[in-house]
Design a binder for this molecule. Sequence first.
Ligand SMILES: *Cc1c(COP(=O)(O)O)cnc(C)c1O
Length: 290
Amino acid sequence: MRGYGNAYVKFEGANPTGSFKDRGMTVGVSLASSIGVRGVIVASTGNTAASAAAYAARAGLECVVVLPKGGVARGKLGQAMLHGARIVEVPGTFDNALEYVLETVLSNGHVEDAHYYPLNSINPWRLEGQKTIAFEIVEEIGVPDYVFVPVGNGGNIYAIWKGFRELMELGIIDRVPRMIGVQAEGAAPMVRYWRGLGEARVDNPRTVASAIRIGKPVNWFRAYRAAKYSGGMFIEVSDEEILTAQKVLGREGIGVEPASAASLAGYIRALREGLVDARDKVVLIATGHA
Ligand SMILES: *Cc1c(COP(=O)(O)O)cnc(C)c1O
């Protein structure tokens, strides 16, 4: 990347619905289809909805999308509707939407007496799909020293780490990069836990980056392990730093939504604080399209 000699941007915006979520959704929906459910259900801040709706449509399954009222980018909601998803809005944040899916639906496994398969990031098959990010990085540039990942529910940082680890177990690579999880200051439960300040939980998550506006990360322990056992860490950045990084990427010809720019914002901060060296080979995951 220009101006940052040894940093590479892995642009996930070129996936079919515009984010890395597609990598996991194609696996999850294939599984749902093979076990013969009527449809799939997801809570979402946007990209999961768009992705689940598209892959469910392609598989001929119904899709129910549970959204926090008013907390979702319009374009993403439009995408889900275009693919024929049924939208259920609940008051509160993403965390309340997920509770709705888990409590109302998983408690009896049914919506209106039909089986719906849950496809949130607790779903292990999605993580199996997302680990292909690591496979592609290794194919393209080998093993970097660091990978910076924006963290919301924490599934992606874990999945990418898992991908590297499996390549190492197979003897294809001989080390795993340090995984750096980047959160927004107003929604940084993992940073809080990492620093020993309490549970991985924030009650009123706030940030412009809606895709990582998560107060109770479902995969907090998996994400924690990814950072800890790779020798990485969790860091936080301000909304202002995120928006600046979004512009820097824009001038590079890479259009991303704010959450995706958190990885570059985190890298710039880590350089400034001496956590990484400018010579280190770094991959910044740009998680979704503008
Ligand atoms: C889902 C999403 C994230 C957060 O990923 P997690 O696996 O929940 O940590 C980050 N950026 C974008 C664009 C997303 O869609």
